[in-house]
Design a protein around this ligand. Sequence first.
Ligand SMILES: [Zn+2]
Length: 134
Amino acid sequence: MPLTPPSICPCGSGLGLTECCGRLIYQGLTAETAEQLMRSRYSAHVLRAIDYIWQSWSETTRQCTTPEAIRDWAESCEWLKLDILHTDDGGAADDTGTVTFCAHYRLGDHTHQHLEKSLFQREAGQWHYVAHCP
Ligand SMILES: [Zn+2]
């Protein structure tokens, strides 16, 4: 089900969607940092931009999911808020980085937090999500 995009970016940056994750999700700009990609992946869940989420997965770990699984997960929850808790590397001059985040969402009558430390890797000049860290 398509959603009307909000004017403020869902990632919590305080910027407008078109100045923030919307540039990556809808206009094909490349994330400069792992955190930017992380934020845009969260926003893409809110916006149900399934193709974008799929493309943001590393090719080497795409077998861990399917576009259908991404869609089911994105649409099953009401996404409430993203907190970026910590980043390691993942800068414009790095090839790998981690982002620790907490995504708040509502499922049925309950709110939940998904806490994850994600590993990102730059492949062919673009940041991709590899996996969550153990
Ligand atoms: Zn954003």
